[in-house]
Design a protein around this ligand. Structure first.
Ligand SMILES: *[C@@H]1O[C@H](CO)[C@@H](O)[C@H](O)[C@H]1NC(C)=O
Ligand SMILES: *[C@@H]1O[C@H](CO)[C@@H](O)[C@H](O)[C@H]1NC(C)=O
Ligand SMILES: *[C@@H]1O[C@H](CO)[C@@H](O)[C@H](O)[C@H]1NC(C)=O
Ligand SMILES: *[C@@H]1O[C@H](CO)[C@@H](O)[C@H](O)[C@H]1NC(C)=O
Ligand SMILES: *[C@@H]1O[C@H](CO)[C@@H](O)[C@H](O)[C@H]1NC(C)=O
Ligand SMILES: *[C@@H]1O[C@H](CO)[C@@H](O)[C@H](O)[C@H]1NC(C)=O
Length: 481
């Protein structure tokens, strides 16, 4: 039988043992609410082919789990970051976003990007997270409407649901998210108009509503949005004129995309005063009149797309140091030549000037640098001569389109760049035999030329070869023995 003192001692030892265990427990595992919330998130994931959540095991420190970070002081979970790769389905996550994430009371950032296959409605758990500031749930399959009370998430600095399947309108309460620096709803199925209350989001540096089904005129909301660097409204159904308050964005805007809408009227003069602009896309609209002379002042423009409008001559002289990509196709231009500021660019990789009234002899066009070219479209001009020298100097060319010109050369003399996939020389004066190299292309059209002889093995349809002098063999009729 133990004496009282020994029993007391034993008790003390037990007690200290327990306390010690308690201590090791608190340092070895994270807060039980955080652990429970994250394990519930994991259990709502039905497929995780790349094993992103393999380290998420009960009883281990959730602060050390893949994709989790914690506050150094209180050891609570502050961010959840799981990112896939957009074009690799084996990096996806399938399933839904568990409402139990709301247990993570210190969660400040949710980054679930390019996971591709998260489904379910808008994650209402966001409304129960008192500290949430950054939400990027991008490129998945969330659907349904954006809740009308989204304006309650007033702590948010960034909100992105880009590339999901949300439908319905953008709620007007969005105007209450006055801390927002970034708002991204691009790539959904949103309908209705742009809420005028967006003008209250004075801290916005990035606004993207592109690739939705938004309609109406764009309201004049920009005079207060002077911090905007990037504005994208392309691929919607907007109509009317470019709102005049966009001129307020002149000092800082770098990126402006309004393409693929139904905008009308003239391109406003004030766009020429956007000194920081490096990307401007007004393509596939109904802009008419001339391109303002003030565009000569867009010295930093690298990417300019004005294609598929009703713009007419004269095209202004640009003072850009080096253009990277230019598309002026399918307007009412008669440029006669490829502009000097294009020919002199040493960094250009894409040139598209289809139906621009160009009348050069191709051999005479001596671009300062051809090395970076991956796309050249010269279709439907009055270009003569031969592209052999040009093609010989482009190491990375992927597409060459020159249909509907007066190009005349011996097809056998051309050396294709190894990278070439898409070649259209239809409706020209090309002669000679087809080289074997055409077999490796993905797209080809040499119809309506003066080619002759057997067609090398290929997967193309007859219309790619028809209208030549004496081409024979599959897919045309067999060659005579
Ligand atoms: C996913 O598949 C691609 C090829 O399709 C492979 O290169 C890559 O390593 C795979 N990634 C993972 C995480 O399994
Ligand atoms: C995406 O998720 C759905 C339902 O959660 C599932 O049926 C489907 O197989 C998943 N697709 C891929 C490519 O993982
Ligand atoms: C913005 O928030 C205030 C206060 O919560 C509220 O009264 C108002 O209705 C909200 N505005 C919108 C447009 O929802
Ligand atoms: C270009 O900018 C300068 C100085 O800001 C201005 O004086 C000139 O008128 C502008 N040119 C055009 C064509 O707008
Ligand atoms: C193509 O380039 C090669 C080597 O760079 C050169 O020998 C050849 O003459 C060139 N051919 C033409 C038609 O310019
Ligand atoms: C080739 O171009 C002609 C017009 O020149 C067109 O009619 C035909 O459909 C085109 N074929 C292919 C396969 O692109």
């Amino acid at each position: 039988m133990l004496s009282l003192s020994s029993r007391l001692r034993l008790h003390l030892i037990l007690l200290s043992f327990v306390t010690l265990q308690c201590l090791t427990v608190t340092t070895a595992t994270c807060h039980m609410d955080d652990e429970a919330g994250l394990l519930a998130f994991k259990s709502a994931i039905t497929a995780d082919p790349s094993g992103k959540l393999n380290s998420w095991k009960p009883g281990t420190d959730c602060c050390k789990w893949f994709g989790i970070s914690c506050d150094g002081n209180n050891h609570r979970v502050t961010t959840l970051t799981l990112v896939g790769q957009p074009d690799q389905s084996n990096t996806s996550l399938s399933g839904t976003i568990s409402p139990s994430l709301s247990k993570l009371h210190y969660l400040g950032g949710i980054y679930l990007q390019d996971l591709q296959n998260l489904s379910g409605p808008f994650p209402n758990l966001l409304f129960s997270l008192p500290n949430i500031e950054y939400v990027y749930i991008e490129n998945s399959k969330l659907s349904g409407q954006i809740p009308a009370n989204i304006g309650d998430l007033t702590r948010l600095f960034a909100l992105s649901f880009a590339d999901n399947r949300f439908s319905g309108p953008i709620p007007s309460s969005i105007s209450n998210l006055t801390q927002l620096g970034q708002l991204k709803f691009g790539g959904n199925l949103l309908t209705g108009t742009v809420p005028a209350g967006i003008q209250q989001l004075k801290k916005l540096t990035l606004l993207s509503l592109d690739r939705n089904q938004l309609t109406g005129t764009v309201p004049d909301i920009f005079s207060t949005l002077t911090e905007l660097r990037s504005l994208s409204l392309s691929h919607n159904k907007f109509s009317g004129k470019i709102p005049s308050t966009i001129s307020a964005l002149a000092p800082k805007l770098i990126y402006l995309k309004l393409g693929h809408n139904y905008f009308t009227g003239q391109i406003p003069n004030f766009l020429g005063s956007f000194h920081a602009l490096d990307t401007l896309d007004l393509s596939w609209n109904r802009f008419s009149g001339t391109v303002p002379k003030s565009f000569g002042n867009l010295t930093k423009i690298f990417n300019l797309d004005l294609s598929h409008n009703f713009l007419v001559d004269p095209f202004p002289e640009m003072n850009v140091k080096g253009i990277e990509s230019l598309d002026l196709s399918y307007n009412g231009f008669h440029l006669s030549e490829i502009p000097k500021w294009v020919t002199s660019s040493t960094i250009i990789y894409s040139l598209k000037v289809a139906r621009c009234g160009i009348k050069i002899k191709l051999d005479d066009w001596k671009p300062a640098e051809t090395y970076f070219y991956d796309y050249i479209d010269l279709s439907d001009n009055e270009i003569s001569g031969s592209p052999v020298g040009l093609l010989n100097r482009t190491n990375y060319l992927v597409g060459f389109q020159a249909s509907g010109n007066r190009i005349r050369f011996d097809m056998e003399s051309v050396k294709f760049p190894n990278t070439l996939k898409d070649l259209d020389l239809s409706r020209n004066l090309v002669f000679g035999k087809l080289p074997k190299a055409i077999s490796g292309l993905e797209k080809l059209n040499v119809s309506n030329n003066h080619l002759c002889g057997p067609i090398p093995a290929n997967k193309f349809s007859a219309s790619a070869f028809s209208g030549n002098d004496c081409l024979c063999g599959s897919p045309l009729s067999p060659c005579k023995a």
